[in-house]
Design a protein. Structure first.
Length: 128
């Protein structure tokens, strides 16, 4: 269910590494927990975030949740289309609903994240 070439956090964010950059979003599990997404707050391009640091918020009809960076790096791109269509997060969380692109500061941080099998096991344990 979860893309094999992505890495995952225990906070339900994903990162797809593309060279020295990483595309970041939230998982299908996270969007299902949130319900219908109605608003998103993302950082400015040029901001530097540390691994585990909050980079934005996502608001649904149920709650407001913080978004945490899987790795440290500089925000080099923001998915501006999500501001106009936040419901894309519910429709395509692992594709069109990417949130930011980071220029990864330390590639070793990616290795500390969960692979798809480990993330699937985490989700299974939380669903009980």
């Amino acid at each position: 269910m979860y893309p094999q070439d992505y890495r995952y956090t225990k906070d339900h964010e994903w990162i797809r590494v593309e060279g020295d950059r990483g595309r970041v979003g939230i998982t299908d599990y996270a969007q299902k927990q949130l319900g219908d997404v109605v608003f998103l707050e993302l950082p400015e391009v040029g901001r530097f975030v540390k691994a585990g640091e909050q980079f934005g918020t996502v608001e649904s009809v149920k709650a407001v949740s913080e978004l945490y960076s899987p790795v440290g790096g500089e925000v080099v791109e923001v998915n501006a289309g999500l501001a106009a269509k936040p419901e894309t997060i519910n429709q395509d969380p692992h594709g069109e609903a990417w949130m930011i692109v980071l220029k990864i500061a330390d590639p070793a941080e990616v290795g500390a994240l969960l692979d798809a099998a480990a993330y699937d096991a985490l989700v299974a344990s939380e669903a009980k």
